[in-house]
Ligand binder design. Sequence first.
Ligand code: NAD
Length: 476
Amino acid sequence: MSWNSWAFGGSAAGDGTASGSPYGQGAVRVLPHGRGRSVAVIGVGYVGLPTAATLAHLGHRVTCGDADPAKVAMLVKGQVPIVEDHLEELVREGQASGRLRFVVGATEAVEGAEFVFLCVPTPQGDDGSADLSYVEAVAAEIGPHLQPGTIIVNKSTVPVGSTLVVERVLGRHDVTVVSNPEFLREGTAVPDSLHPERIVVGADDQAAAAQVGELFAGTHAPLLITDAATAETIKYAANAFLATKLSFVNAVAGLCEAVGADVRDVILGLGYDRRIGFEYLRPGPGWGGSCLPKDTRALVHIAEQAGYDFSFLRGAIATNDEQFIRVVDKVRAAVGDKLEGTVIAVWGLTFKAGTDDLRNSPAVEVVRRLVEGGAVVRAFDPTVTVPPGQESVAVDGLPGTAGGDPDGVRAYPDVYTACEGAAVAVVLTEWDEFRWLDFTRVRVGMARPVVVDARNLLDPAQLRRIGFEYTGIGRR
Ligand code: NAD
């Protein structure tokens, strides 16, 4: 099925109907031409761009402002600077309809806007708290340029009370600030945006919140209107729950290894229970990405500030730190306890499959620890391009790449090249293509046929048949 057939159901011409989602979550309804609202989206990254393209798809007139001129230049040409399935088609459709445009900076973008979405980063501060400096900088920049009655929609993940902070920095009594946390997942950002499971809008001004909810009416998602503090808490609680679920299954995998059980069957036995379900119950090298690590730490900090000791969540974070150690220990054991000078092939660098995002990637965390132990890491990831004629590239954000260190981690154009001379191959991201390799060719190039599969992605029986030693997570 093509992207077009499920996103539009063949009727995106603005007649108000569309159908055919394979996700079974109902049709996306597109506003009749001319009924759209005027929207600005500030920050067109992993959240802002799918949000903007979705709003344009729903029939609104969207102007995106970003501080990065190179990113804007690409987008103006219809090129999407991140890896995200179907996003380029959705962006190009918005541009072709005349409802989606890109400008440099926030000031021009907010001109005449009825709604302004803030989608800028909220990284982790030194003390674990969320750093609001990007949000505050945008609020200070746009404050003088907003038309009276504008609704500011905070989509960035921000601590409880940030709506008030934005109001204060804007310095305007004739505009309203509402919270609209985002729940999309990288890798499925387009379907998640077109078919959200819920829309949460929090504000003291419930009429303004309802107007924001109406912007997404075409998605038919359930709308939950709350006060601002509750909406902000929902986002952090959701991420804390997901992180806890992942830590739980990693701990169960550890238990399986101790008692001789197979975690994959344990998960089947758990998941068929609808109270538990299958989602987020896959053991791995530890959780990471741009959200879970910073949001869980921020929530611990928020709780501390409010006088609540969230020891339960601190436990989930500690379990995750242990998981990185457990994976590195498995690699260490696989190479006879000698990392120093050992060549290790790493399969996958991104924090999950389907994205090019390396931020807080567990793969990068494991690579960092292997390099600290003296290993020579040769990596492959399908989102890292090695230019023709070049043997390998340094990847920004990997250990040893700062300052062009020639001994830093290098990425190679394919798995086979990355595996040359390696004493062990370590699967760190669940890219599907790894399941379909010519494993005999992989084995021939390696110094020793050993695989540590930190995603339980591969078939141990198949690998053992062709002579590999195989170690997974919680399985035999
Ligand atoms: P990102 O880094 O991918 O994108 C942020 C964009 O904001 C960048 O393009 C940057 O150039 C731009 N920007 C920064 N300062 C600016 C300014 N002053 N004016 C204009 N543009 C500016 O970040 P992201 O992953 O999209 O995350 C944004 C927010 O959404 C964060 O609070 C994050 O926690 C939250 N969130 C992220 C995800 C996710 O999966 N990435 C999911 C839900 C929520």
